[in-house]
Ligand binder design. Structure first.
Ligand SMILES: *Cc1c(COP(=O)(O)O)cnc(C)c1O
Length: 410
């Protein structure tokens, strides 16, 4: 009997291997579509019929959920909408991908699977530290500081170096090649949280990542209406996906079917959205930074500094690691430091186009006085997630907001 895993993989590869990212986002799951409907159906079933032929009954055979005639059993293992989303992600990320109920559920699954004694991790998204603290309670897992040489000296074979790039909340990028060399030196795995730089901005596998994690809630979802997490595994470690799926079955951290359906709908426009959002951010950052440095106008009066990967020294240097690793743009998230905490706290309420809310990655621009969700964050910092609006409108909105607050704190 033909191996169903192989045949359906060949099918999808034949369809999509040579296509651009934009085309794969629309067509990489065509091979799963065995209905006349152009738009994907939403299947809500949690359970799926076994074969009617008693001779064909085999206990729990679910070798390939996306075989042309799918073989789902129970939705804690796999279900049609989430596996269709996974088929698209596998093509878009160029690596076998699995989905989870949230970004943190994906990070949890990643650490449980690799089972390190120590994890070296930098600042970045605070929730990941929370997951590591829970595992510390369970088995003594040690959290090391990625920025301290004395901590890095403690790393041993089988430990994990976890790098977030670009970094929350400032949008600054990190050099993945540097961390790959470090991981090789120590015999560690390199895992990358690339939530802030989805395709086409960054391909962490090209720079040596073993596992790439995304909060799918952000750019893959893209419309602030679904929670999801993604793990993609280096293509030459494909067998890890089987292990991760077996563990997910027991951790139970699968996505819901509606989220899987929303995910497919969202990925169709991933490339359009991300390019536009990243370009918008770069334009706003360039304008703000120019005004701050020239001490000009209302921006010069109220803003202390702007931080974003596009402003890192290496962004100006041809052939630098930053230019090489992020040739398509530096991501849609950046940070503004106001001169006064009182102004930082009030600015979001003066804006019309930016919602004052946490999270990021949606088509609508968001701004967050970050102290609202991260107690340790500097109280003058505002995190901006740029949407797909016209960037001049966003600029005008910021100007009128700054104007309204010029005298606060004096
Ligand atoms: C949002 C986020 C997470 C957590 O993802 P959830 O989907 O909210 O669980 C992890 N890392 C980064 C960089 C994030 O922005």
């Amino acid at each position: 009997m033909a191996n169903p895993e192989q045949s359906s993989k060949d099918l999808s590869d034949a369809f999509t291997k040579k296509l651009s990212l934009a085309s794969r986002s629309v067509h990489a799951d065509d091979y799963i579509n065995n209905h006349q409907a152009v738009a994907p159906p939403l299947h809500v079933s949690t359970t799926f019929r076994y074969s009617r032929d008693p001779e064909k009954l085999q206990p729990w055979t679910n070798l390939n959920p996306n075989a042309p005639h799918d073989s789902h059993i129970y939705s804690r293992d796999s279900a049609p909408n989430t596996t269709r989303f996974e088929a698209l992600l596998t093509s878009i990320l160029g690596a076998p991908s699995l989905t989870y109920s949230s970004g943190l559920a994906a990070f949890h699954a990643l650490i449980v699977f690799l089972n390190p004694k120590r994890v070296a991790i930098g600042a970045g998204y605070h929730g990941c530290h929370g997951v590591l603290s829970i595992l510390h309670k369970l088995n003594g897992l040690q959290q090391l500081d990625l920025t301290l040489d004395s901590d890095l000296a403690l790393l041993q074979k089988g430990d994990v170096i976890h790098v977030e790039t670009p970094l929350n909340p400032t949008g600054e990028a990190r050099d993945l090649s540097y961390y790959r060399r470090l991981a090789d030196e120590k015999g560690c795995y390199l895992t990358v949280d690339a939530t802030f730089a989805p395709p086409p901005l960054l391909d962490p596998f090209k720079w040596g990542a073993d596992i790439v994690m995304h909060s799918g809630t952000k750019y893959f979802g893209g419309h602030s209406d679904m929670l999801a997490g993604v793990l993609a595994v280096r293509p030459d470690r494909e067998q890890w996906v089987r292990g991760l799926r077996e563990e997910r079955l027991h951790l139970g951290s699968v996505m819901g079917s509606l989220e899987g359906w929303l995910g497919v709908r969202s990925l169709r426009t991933l490339e359009l959205r991300v390019r536009r959002q990243s370009e918008n951010a770069q334009r706003l950052v360039e304008w703000l930074d120019g005004e701050v440095k020239a001490r000009k106008g209302v921006v010069g009066e109220v803003v202390e500094k702007v931080v974003h990967a596009s402003l890192q020294e290496e962004a100006k240097v041809e052939g630098s690691w930053l230019r090489e690793q992020m040739p398509e743009g530096y991501g849609p998230v950046f940070a503004i430091w106001m001169k006064e905490e009182a102004v930082a706290k009030r600015l979001p309420s003066t804006l019309h186009l930016f919602h004052h809310a946490t999270s990021l990655g949606g088509v609508e621009s968001l701004i967050e006085w970050r102290a609202m969700s991260d107690q340790k964050c500097d109280k003058r910092l505002l995190r901006v997630s740029v949407g797909v609006e016209g960037w001049e409108d966003l600029k005008e909105d910021l100007i009128q907001g700054f104007e309204a607050l010029k005298t606060v704190g004096e």
